[in-house]
Design a protein around this ligand. Structure first.
Ligand code: HCB
Length: 215
């Protein structure tokens, strides 16, 4: 049964109340709920509803912004808790992650980065609206063995393909695995553009990253 606080949290995201979102996040932690459950069963379902309402014209851009602010504020409370639960210390691999050029959606990419980091990966987060050259330069600089590409728009998912092609041109494609994700992205899209894998969410991204770096 879904915990009552999680339902309230989902509603606080939908209603666009960042203060209440943070308060309920703290309350959920105090009630003993796991940070990942708070994210996946409280915050993320709220963002999904906000997206649906935006799509059908009931919500406008300011609604997206205020709900996203609430989620990001809640993540600031949850990140230290996620890290505190981290057991592994061994570096599992080096990951360069970012949201592709033309796209400023940050939340999912950051959540994947945090989860990789708390699971032992060394994460180089390039932020949002990242051009191919920046990914290439960071892979060269760090010797990363994995690249994570996030795209939330149908107009920017094509940039994932451009970055994979740019990695090939730079002679780096056989040195790094590439995983892709984001709302419009799918397993078949990943296969079509020659990515090594697709993950639907942050938990899936950690499992995929581990299997990719293990060879
Ligand atoms: Co935005 N937006 N948005 N938006 N937005 C979406 C993405 C739509 C689907 C909403 C809709 O219409 N239903 C839509 C895209 C439609 C399309 O292309 N088919 C859309 C649109 C249209 C736009 C604008 C164009 C609106 C406008 O200006 N008219 C504009 C684009 C600006 C730009 O990027 N150039 C825009 C702007 C915004 C903001 C800025 C207001 C805000 C982002 C704020 C921020 O990130 N700081 C925003 C938001 C919040 C959303 C929705 C509502 C939520 C996204 C989100 O944070 N989800 C989204 C609706 C939706 O996605 N259904 C809507 C929660 C996170 C946790 O999920 O999917 O991002 P996630 O990430 C997951 C998963 O995909 C996977 O793991 C993550 C963690 O579980 N994953 C990876 C992600 N990346 C990965 C990489 C890997 O390697 C592996 C796994």
């Amino acid at each position: 049964m879904t915990h009552e606080i999680l339902i309230q949290l989902t509603n606080a995201i939908i209603e666009g109340d960042p203060e209440l979102t943070v308060e309920l996040t703290q309350k959920a932690l105090a009630a003993g709920l796991e940070p990942m459950a708070i994210i996946e069963q409280g915050l993320v379902p709220g963002m999904a509803v906000v997206g649906e309402r935006f799509e059908c014209g009931d919500y406008f851009l300011p609604n997206l912004i205020i709900s996203a602010n609430g989620m990001q504020d809640a993540m600031k409370v949850l990140e230290p808790e996620l890290r505190a639960r981290q057991q592994e210390v061994k570096v599992a691999g080096k990951v360069v992650i970012g949201t592709v050029q033309g796209d400023i959606h940050e939340i999912g990419k950051s959540l994947v980065g945090t989860m990789l980091s708390v699971n032992g990966f060394q994460v180089f987060d390039l932020g949002v609206d990242v051009p191919a050259e920046t990914f290439i330069a960071k892979v060269k600089e760090t010797g990363a063995n994995l690249v994570g590409l996030s795209a939330l728009l149908t107009t920017t998912m094509v940039v994932q393909r451009e970055i994979i092609d740019a990695l090939k041109q730079a002679g780096l494609r056989d040195k790094v695995k590439v995983m892709v994700g984001g709302a419009p992205v799918s397993r078949s899209w990943a296969a079509e553009i020659g990515a090594d894998g697709y993950a639907e969410d942050a938990i899936g991204a950690v499992a995929l990253a581990k299997s990719l770096v293990a060879g």
